[in-house]
Design a protein around this ligand. Structure first.
Ligand code: NAD
Length: 480
């Protein structure tokens, strides 16, 4: 393949050629993070009101990658979103013509900054979790074949501590040596806190960031770049002492959250057993400022981050840092407890139905891992559905954000189905469609068991269920 020029990439993308005086930013990986980052960076404006950067999003030439590339080039955000401001910013970037996407890796040669937003997964090795670092390493190797000596590589991927020093830098150095480049690669780490949902774009541009560079020059370059599209006046950046510290920040943040969620599960069961409304108790406790963000029991923890991140420091200690003696019992227990949480709901439903699920017809409302998002990766609903079917239940589902449930390879109905034909209705995700539905009308003459697994229903809706004469139970409340 010949070297990239903006003219060629733009022509292949079916886009007008952007002026070549602007610095080019390549975003590697156009998933939940990279697609939104592409729009956020493309939205940066200089004092003259003109775009500061030409952004090139790069993904793999797979079906998945190509569909994201095609969507961005057509001016569509490639992921279902409830964030109107992100859709607007996407429209503006398309109209301004400073965002294009490609699978052509020679694009990296044009970049002043490459932002790494590819995944880094866990894998199962002989029955135990292990770091699946190979794909991440390959992504960095691709950069090392293309980038210029001055290009800043800004890693946003959630990585095991030590990865920038022990994986990213050596890969880039090897590539530079191969190509006869003598410069030291510029590497920085700045983790993402993006929250897909109604404030998707805001969670990038109006939010605090933590970062570090492998060298002071890299840290400086990262700070300059981040300050171009993040509102650093209101959300100042925090520089920490090393990339390993920055990498650790992301993992500690998510491990803390996962652990405090897991901790609430035993209290939920205690409340259910003793006729206590734990949400009422938690709301009272949250008034105390030191406890204002106390977690609550629910259906389970899903998504791509909290399910894996708490294991990274432990695995990195073994695989990258040479400290296999360091253990992380709380973090590991949290991952296990959170993974098993949807089975607490299932067991409870089974108990309410007299001990067996054989032949039971369950309607599951919500299969994404969080309200307002369409991401189904590691969703607790998947664990629930698989286990319920194994126990002989029939499960149908609906999710306003999900048409095709990729992990289950199933298609869901577009409209909320009625309650007819269901013995149990499980409310698993607090999507607006469910929190706002008039249950009196929706139930009609049907009287299934209503199971609120995730504090989805309001007081009014719970009254509607009671007035209809349905059996009702919920996680965290002893109100069967
Ligand atoms: N999803 C979130 O809410 C979130 C929040 C904060 C941090 N993160 C972290 O950000 C990283 C990315 O997560 P995501 O949710 O965007 O993942 P994703 O799976 O949605 O997207 C990753 C994209 O990278 C592409 N890709 C893989 N290898 C590539 C390569 N070599 N070159 C170009 N593209 C490549 C994939 O095809 C895919 O489109 C992860 O480390 C994740 O833990 C995610």
């Amino acid at each position: 393949m010949t070297g990239a020029t903006l003219a060629r990439l733009a022509a292949e993308a079916g886009r007008p050629e952007p002026p070549d005086k602007r610095p080019v930013v390549c975003i590697q990986g156009l998933g939940f993070v990279g697609a939104a980052m592409s729009v956020a960076v493309a939205s940066a404006r200089g004092a003259d009101g003109e775009p500061r950067f030409t952004v090139i999003g790069v993904d793999l030439p797979t079906d998945h990658g190509r569909s994201r590339i095609g969507a961005l080039n057509a001016g569509r955000f490639p992921i279902a979103t409830t964030d109107a401001s992100l859709e607007r910013a996407m429209d503006e970037a398309h109209a301004a013509g400073n965002l294009l996407a490609t699978a052509d890796t020679t694009a990296y040669a044009l970049a002043s900054v490459c932002v790494v937003d590819v995944p880094l997964d866990l894998e199962d090795r002989h029955g135990s979790p292990a770091l699946a670092i190979g794909a991440f390493r390959n992504a960095i190797r691709t950069l090392s074949d293309q980038i210029g000596p001055e290009c800043l590589v800004l890693v946003e991927t959630t990585v095991p501590p030590g990865a920038c020093e022990r994986v990213v830098l050596p890969e880039l150095e090897r590539g530079f040596r191969r190509r006869g480049i003598r410069a030291k690669p510029l590497v920085a780490h700045c983790y993402e806190r993006v929250m897909p949902g109604p404030r998707y774009l805001e969670s990038i541009v109006n939010f605090w960031r933590v970062y570090a560079g492998l060298t002071p020059e890299a840290a400086q370059a990262a700070e300059r770049f981040l300050s171009c599209f993040i509102n650093v006046r209101d959300y100042p950046l925090t520089r920490v002492g090393s990339t390993t510290a920055s990498e650790t920040g992301k993992l500690l943040e998510n491990s803390y959250r996962a652990t405090t969620i897991a901790f609430m599960e035993e209290w939920g069961r205690f409340a259910e057993a003793n006729g206590i409304d734990l949400f009422e108790v938690i709301d009272a406790i949250r008034l105390r400022p030191t406890h204002s963000n106390m977690r609550q029991p629910g259906f389970g923890v899903g998504g791509y981050c909290l399910t894996k991140d708490p294991l990274f420091a432990w695995l990195s200690s073994q695989e990258l840092l040479g400290r296999a003696d360091l253990d992380f019992p709380f973090s590991r227990m949290a991952v296990e407890a959170n993974h098993a949480m949807p089975l607490v709901s299932l067991d409870r439903i089974q108990e309410l139905l007299g001990g067996a699920l054989e032949g039971c017809r369950i309607l599951l409302l919500g299969v994404s891992y969080q309200a307002g998002v369409g991401d189904t990766r590691y969703s607790p609903s998947e664990t629930f559905v698989r286990a319920a079917r194994e126990r002989g239940a029939t499960v149908t589902w609906h999710d306003p954000m999900v048409d095709h449930w990729y992990e289950m390879n199933e298609q869901g109905p577009r409209e909320l189905p009625g309650a007819a034909g269901s013995d149990v209705v499980v409310l698993a995700v607090a999507h607006l469609e469910y929190t706002q539905v008039d249950l009196t009308a929706w139930l009609g003459d049907e009287r299934p068991l209503i199971f609120d697994a995730n504090r989805v229903l309001s007081d009014v809706q719970r009254r509607q269920v009671a007035e209809a004469g349905c059996r009702f139970a919920s996680i965290g409340r002893g109100d069967t």
